[in-house]
Design a protein around this ligand. Structure first.
Ligand SMILES: [Zn+2]
Length: 281
């Protein structure tokens, strides 16, 4: 989970361009391959055998994530510019990610400029998700308030670009509404939403979508940060170290998106829906 990628980090969520680049380089060198949140929740994990999926998500649609020049080329020091560059150096490292957008649409104010940025993301294989329109805390809110905010976020996206398909939502501050299902399905003011996954803001690796543990109403994410302060254990550097030390805890692709291969010993944890594609070994 990334927020801003900036030379002047303002808070505990921001990363500098150098830190962001170093983390992508580490992921590439440890055989992680990016997939989108939409691919993850639908179990479409089409990456080479022996590699591990990673979902890169960006919250709050800030200009530090994507700013295009007058010809529609991403500025090199934005998150997208850096991701494209790292991917060029590591050809197996797919340049894909999911952007959870809100009303501050990459710092653009006119509908035309906003549509340019969303259209660029869609045209280039990036995934766009809903982060609600106004980024309000949904904790303890009524069903009406919750569904209105989510539907308004959905409308914000589809009014700008009708071709964008939104498959997932990231909850502001990671806070779930009183009824967790309100975040997944609902409608307000004539706008209906039906998502396949809702993401939180903390702080463990997400389970394989083929396990019983996978719960679409509350999918964990890991904050990108070094091992310091409250990130000694539960942010990206710590988790990457942990997963490197315990490779059996990682999802490793069998290279075939139509099968789910797993050690027989793990069979009790496999979701019932997997049976037809299951390949225990
Ligand atoms: Zn946010």
């Amino acid at each position: 989970m990334y927020h801003r990628v900036t030379d002047k980090p303002g808070g505990t969520d921001d990363r500098t361009p150098a830190q962001f680049r170093a983390e992508l380089e580490r992921l590439a060198s440890e055989n992680y391959v990016p997939i989108t949140a939409a691919e993850y929740v639908s179990g479409k994990i089409d990456i080479p055998a022996g590699t591990h999926p990673v979902v890169l998500t960006f919250d709050d649609s800030s200009p530090s994530q994507l700013t295009l020049d007058a010809m529609g080329t991403p500025q090199p020091n934005t998150a997208v510019g850096i991701l494209l560059d790292v991917s060029k150096k590591h050809p197996g490292f797919r340049p894909v990610a999911t952007f959870y957008v809100i009303r501050d649409m990459f710092g653009k104010f006119t509908p035309e400029e906003r549509a340019q940025v969303l259209g660029w993301l869609r045209d280039n294989g990036f995934d766009i998700g809903n982060h609600t329109r106004d980024h309000l805390n949904l904790l303890g809110k009524s069903e009406k308030e919750v569904t209105e905010q989510i539907a308004a976020g959905q409308k914000l996206i589809s009014d700008l670009d009708k071709k964008v398909q939104v498959h997932t939502l990231a909850l502001p501050y990671g806070n779930q509404p009183r009824n967790k299902q309100w975040a997944l399905h609902g409608s307000a003011n004539g706008v209906r939403y039906d998502y396949q996954g809702v993401f939180l803001a903390g702080y463990t690796p997400a389970p394989s979508p083929f396990t019983k543990e996978f719960d679409p109403v509350g999918l964990p994410r890991i904050r990108s940060m070094d091992k310091k302060g409250d990130c000694v254990k539960f942010c990206s550097t710590a988790w990457l170290d942990e997963l490197k030390e315990h490779p059996d805890e990682r999802y490793t692709s069998d290279g075939n998106p139509t099968t789910v291969a797993f050690p027989k010993f793990k069979a009790p944890f496999v979701a019932k829906s997997v049976t037809t594609k299951a390949l225990p070994y």
